[in-house]
Design a protein around this ligand. Structure first.
Ligand code: ZN
Length: 148
């Protein structure tokens, strides 16, 4: 199908093996469950808000390396951001994964390591699952969010 080695760069491997903020949060302000049936990825994302600031975020789940590494990278990227800034970061991240827009490509810091996913459209859902689940948590949407 495709050569995973091209995707599995060092940072992705590291975040998959040693995911950051990987725990169930007992006092979460919000949480949501997400699933990507095509790949079998499942995540629960927990968010602790302080007014409009994402004070901390964590996740648990199982699935492919892309989905787990992306969730881990997301928790690091959005901690301390406002909701609006987290939303715009997701917009940029999604654009990076779905277009060839290298121009502002995209000042995403570590999220850039997932740019190789662009070449594998089926994996975009793996990489964005954590973000869609985060949005559901912030919207207090209690359904299981599915990429399908
Ligand atoms: Zn996956």
């Amino acid at each position: 199908m495709f050569d995973l080695r091209e995707l599995y760069q060092e940072v992705i491997i590291d975040h998959n093996r040693n995911p950051r903020n990987h725990y169930a949060m007992n006092d979460a302000s919000f949480q949501a469950n997400g699933a990507n049936p095509l790949c079998g990825d499942k995540l629960t994302v927990y968010v602790q808000m302080n007014d409009d600031t994402i004070e901390s975020v964590s996740f648990v789940g199982c699935g492919c390396a892309i989905s787990q590494a992306s969730a881990s990278l997301m928790t690091e990227a959005i901690t301390g951001l406002s909701r609006a800034k987290a939303d715009s970061l997701f917009d940029n991240f999604h654009r990076m994964l779905t277009t060839d827009d290298e121009s502002d490509a995209l000042k995403l810091s570590k999220l850039d390591v997932l740019s190789g996913v662009r070449a594998y459209p089926a994996r975009v859902k793996c990489a964005t699952l954590a973000w869609h689940t985060l949005q559901a948590a912030l919207a207090q949407d209690n359904r299981v969010i599915s990429t399908e």
